[in-house]
Design a protein around this ligand. Structure first.
Ligand code: CTP
Ligand code: MG
Length: 231
């Protein structure tokens, strides 16, 4: 089933501490941004990519798209101060499609299988997000003291992609903008409308490149996948 994807790429990567947008850092000689873009470039069901960028980085990003032959990008609108604004700025430029995916440009290890499951679930139910089960014991802490141990069976760590029927995410974003609500993911905006959001079990490899040690995990994942390809 076909879809278009929105990739917010207009952050500054403060926690990475690299003094530049972390998406330009390389994993095995290729920028993180390109690793992510190639997943969608190579997915036959992806019919368009929308990339929110910082205006001052647009030319460099366009050069990268040419160099790595990323041909599916339909627009590179200006990102905003917050991630949600960057996503919204892409949505405003998009034409009507059936299913739209929102995916952090900083998560380069997402697979076609998980994407396909998300798209199918969004088609069936309206909204579906990727997540993995919490592995550690989870406790609620207040002022340095344990308040309670939370039942781990019901806890999921949420990732992107998050997939939606186009009309639903457009409505959710419009309402959020109108009332000035800022969520930490797109699903929150849809939840606010009272709409159910389904979860699709994802992979622990779908990590977000956030701090320096994530780059080590990232290269290890790439090396493992290269070995699997050569087996
Ligand atoms: N992002 C964006 N616009 C913003 C903030 C973030 O498009 N105003 C994008 C980032 O480029 C990234 C994704 O949203 O691909 C997830 O955000 P995050 O991992 O927090 O990246 P940064 O905001 O760049 O990093 P930091 O929070 O450490 O500064
Ligand atoms: Mg951020």
């Amino acid at each position: 089933m076909q879809y278009e994807v929105v990739l917010p790429a207009a952050g500054s990567g403060k926690r990475m501490g690299a003094g530049q947008n972390k998406l330009f850092l390389k994993l095995l000689k290729k920028p993180i941004l390109i690793h992510t873009l190639e997943v969608f470039q190579q997915d036959p069901f992806c019919t368009g990519i929308w990339l929110a960028v910082k205006p001052e980085e647009r030319i460099y990003i366009q050069e990268l798209l040419d160099e790595y032959r990323i041909t599916k990008v339909k627009g590179l609108p200006d990102g905003g101060a917050e991630r949600q604004h960057s996503v919204h700025s892409c949505m405003k430029e998009m034409q009507q499609v059936d299913i739209v995916l929102v995916h952090d440009a900083a998560r380069p290890f997402i697979t076609h299988d998980i994407i396909a499951n998300l798209v199918q679930s969004a088609h069936d139910f309206g909204a579906a997000i990727a997540g993995v089960r919490a592995k550690d014991t989870m406790k609620k802490v207040r002022n340095g003291v344990i308040e309670e141990t939370v039942d781990r069976d019901s806890l999921w760590m949420i990732q992107t992609p998050q997939a939606f029927r186009f009309d639903l995410i457009v409505e959710a974003e419009d309402v959020a903008e109108k009332v000035g609500f800022l969520g930490t993911d797109e699903a929150m905006l849809v939840e606010r409308l009272g709409h159910t959001v389904h979860i699709v079990e994802s992979s622990y490899e779908n990590v977000k490149m956030t701090t320096q040690e994530d780059l080590l995990f990232g290269e290890a994942i790439l090396r493992k996948r290269a070995l699997q390809l050569n087996e």
